[in-house]
Design a binder for this molecule. Structure first.
Ligand code: KG4
Ligand code: ZN
Length: 335
């Protein structure tokens, strides 16, 4: 089955063509106009999506050596994400599905991140999945593909968002998390004392970064930013420690611990975090599967993969007029 997938939930305009689970093409245009504002501006995202979605879809089809007529279904992210950004992808997908009389699959963006490691790994279910991105931090129990239970989730800032904000305090350009990682490599994580979020309450299933971010802002005000490497290392260390502590505690609470841990989302590009999660999984006797590096950040290949599994279960949208953007969609809700 050939699927054309479209993703416009945030600041990447992306399209991909898959043949079953094989990615034939994956095109992504990362909008750069947000950098001067230090974060994603929804109205700019919408305008940029509108400008680029057509060419991005064309290029995806071209690279996959596929005509739109040969595609069996059109898939699109319907949420969660920025409402006016989601809208652009949904409209494009609806127009194509109507014009070419194609089946239509509505996809949850988080499910895309959860399943992204399966682009190069095969596992058996149940499993666990950790998603760490700019908008999400959550640990899910995956009964089987399509059935998710949230074990732990963010109660304020997401991990990627917190790393980007810390980087901004160090005057690194947006999105700063990769630059923070580079700076942290040459720094001493113990140079400064920062609070460990939710210390002693790690079993409550809450990821929280706003307190750490405020403490970091105060620290930077007093120290200045001359010692960037040490400051970056101290922040990243605490941020990752918190992620691991809550994840580990939430897993240890389970009656039976599944064998596999899937890990996806933009923050997983971080090598330090990959090695800490690998160590954690070893301690828990689990096998960890990271999203391949080219699908850690937002992309349409993971949306196409999630769509393929929905298509296998015949989960197509019957009435296109009922498809709407779902900015706050959760992964335990079906679409
Ligand atoms: O998955 P993603 O592209 O978008 C959302 O769904 O939110 O994740 C983007 C996030 C941003 O916060 C970005 O700064 C972060 O992933 N990120 C990183 C690294 N590369 C990207 N965080 C830590 N280390 C990196 N190397
Ligand atoms: Zn994402």
């Amino acid at each position: 089955m050939k699927i054309l997938a479209i993703e416009t939930s945030c600041d990447e305009t992306a399209a991909a063509v898959l043949s079953d689970t094989k990615v034939l093409s994956s095109i992504k245009y990362t909008q750069s106009d947000h950098a001067v504002w230090g974060g994603v501006v929804p109205s700019i995202a919408k305008r940029e999506h509108e400008k680029t979605i057509g060419p991005v879809v064309q290029k995806a089809l071209q690279d996959a050596k596929t005509q739109i007529e040969d595609v069996d279904a059109i898939a699109v992210t319907v949420g969660p994400g920025l409402a006016i950004a989601l809208e652009v992808g949904i409209k494009t997908a609806k127009d194509l599905a109507t014009k070419y009389n194609k089946k239509f699959i509505a996809v949850n963006h988080i499910e895309g991140h959860i399943l992204s490691p399966l682009l190069n790994a095969e596992i058996t279910f149940p499993a666990l999945a950790l998603v760490v991105s700019g908008g999400h931090t959550e640990l899910d129990f995956v009964e089987e593909i399509g059935r998710y239970r949230i074990l732990a989730e963010k109660i304020d800032d997401a991990l990627g968002e917190a790393l980007d904000k810390a980087a901004r305090l160090l005057e690194l350009p947006y999105p700063g998390a990769p630059l923070l990682e580079a700076a942290a490599r040459d720094g001493n994580p113990k140079a400064y004392a920062l609070p460990l979020p939710m210390a002693g309450q790690e079993d409550q299933g809450h990821f929280s970064y706003s307190g750490l971010k405020s403490a970091f802002a105060r620290l930077v005000t007093t120290t200045g930013i001359d010692k960037t490497n040490d400051l970056a290392a101290a922040f990243q260390n605490r941020a990752f420690q918190h992620l691991i502590n809550v994840t580990k505690k939430s897993i240890e609470k389970l009656e039976t611990v599944p064998h596999d841990l899937l890990v996806g989302g933009g923050v997983i590009a971080n090598q330090e975090l990959r090695s800490r999660l690998t160590k954690m999984a070893e301690e828990l006797g689990m096998a960890v599967h990271f999203a391949p590096m080219d699908v850690t950040g937002d992309n349409a290949a993971m949306i196409g993969l999630a769509a393929f599994y929905k298509a296998q279960k015949n989960q197509f949208v019957e009435d296109l007029t009922k498809v709407d953007r779902l900015p706050r969609l959760r992964v335990d809700k079906l679409v």
